[in-house]
Design a protein around this ligand. Structure first.
Ligand code: PEP
Ligand code: MN
Length: 336
């Protein structure tokens, strides 16, 4: 159950209500949202207590949720979560295209890429400055200067920014440069990081762990939501299967499943989901048809020379074709 407290409730009244709950042995976790305070109830209690809670003068309303992910669950909210970033809305009718290189490699690379991304019709520029590489000997990203190049390029071409944060200690730094924090597949269950991002007010795109079930993904998002940050986007990016021909298997079942379970926007990453550049366009079209709210795509000026994930990077020319085709599919499924 979720208890929505009366708007503007005083500290004293909240304390009184919390003591009442303690007396009745009702355990809660408090969630401080920008506009409202709420309490998420842990465990069960009787009908009498429920009625008492509902009639308390400190309570606006109560909501029964029959899912373990209470705040992410569809029943926790009326309508979809619409994420607004300076004039751009994610989760509405418009399909969002986020594209750019796997890694920010240089000032000129990201600047020219930003220009091409914009011309292709994308709204958000991606690029990693802190890279989660399998080997410590591989290119690890440019760090802070990379963030700076990314933001400058996005500003020049009026694009929003998404970039990965891997470490709790970098949240404050990355927040200065990005519009959206990306949490990578390897960090989906990095609970200290998720809790820290729950305290941030910027949007978080949470990638599904390559091993994770839908329930685990939704419960991971709950860690951010319970911190009071309502702006969470889920991302399907492929899972490990027995198929050796692709790097991962893009699990498009996730899209309608998650859309049925949660009010949060759902994005698909067909680049990591396939690991092969020649599959990205087709899987992008399929993702839109399946009902996702947007795509996250790796595009590079010279894909084969990409310093990371070269096999899956598409050219910016290919990206232009991709967006054009996806717009047709979007229209066919009632999106823009
Ligand atoms: C990326 O987007 O470049 C990335 C590392 O993604 P993932 O965490 O899905 O592997
Ligand atoms: Mn990558």
């Amino acid at each position: 159950m979720i208890i929505f407290l009366k708007q503007g409730i005083s500290f004293q009244d909240e304390k009184k209500f919390r003591s009442f709950l303690v007396e009745r042995k009702v355990e809660v976790i408090s969630v401080e949202r920008k506009k409202q305070k709420l309490l998420v109830v842990i465990g069960r209690f009787g009908e009498l207590t429920k009625r008492e809670i509902n009639s308390s003068p400190y309570v606006e309303s109560i909501l029964e949720v029959d899912r373990p992910y209470k705040l992410a669950s569809k029943s926790a909210k009326q309508g979809p979560t619409l994420i607004k970033i300076n004039g751009l809305t994610i989760g509405n009718k418009e399909i969002i295209y986020m594209a750019g290189p796997c890694s920010v490699e240089s000032k000129s690379q990201i600047r020219v890429t930003a220009k091409k991304i914009k011309e292709s019709g994308c709204q958000i520029l991606r690029g990693g400055a802190f890279k989660p590489r399998t080997a410590p000997y591989d290119f690890q990203g440019l760090g802070k200067i990379g963030l700076h190049f990314l933001r400058e390029a996005a500003r020049e071409f009026s694009l929003k920014v998404i970039t990965e944060v891997m470490d709790v200690r970098d949240v404050e730094l990355v927040e200065k440069y990005t519009d959206i924090f990306q949490v990578g597949t390897r960090n989906m269950q990095n609970y200290p990081l998720l809790r820290e991002l729950g305290k941030a007010r910027k949007t978080v795109l949470l990638k599904r762990g390559m091993w994770a079930t839908y329930k685990e993904l939704l419960l991971a998002s709950e860690y951010i939501l319970v911190g009071g940050n309502e702006n969470v986007i889920l991302c399907e990016r492929g899972i490990r299967t027995h198929v050796p021909e692709t790097r991962f298997t893009l699990d498009l079942n996730a899209v309608p499943y998650l859309k049925h379970e949660t009010h949060l926007p759902v994005i698909v990453d067909p680049s990591h989901g396939t690991g092969r550049a020649n599959l990205v366009r087709a899987m992008s079209r399929a993702a839109i048809a399946a009902g996702c709210d947007g795509l996250l795509i790796e595009a590079h000026l010279d894909p084969r020379k990409s310093l990371s994930d070269a096999d899956q990077a598409i050219s910016t020319e290919e990206l232009t074709k991709l967006v054009k085709e996806c717009k047709l599919i979007a229209k066919a499924v009632g999106r823009q």
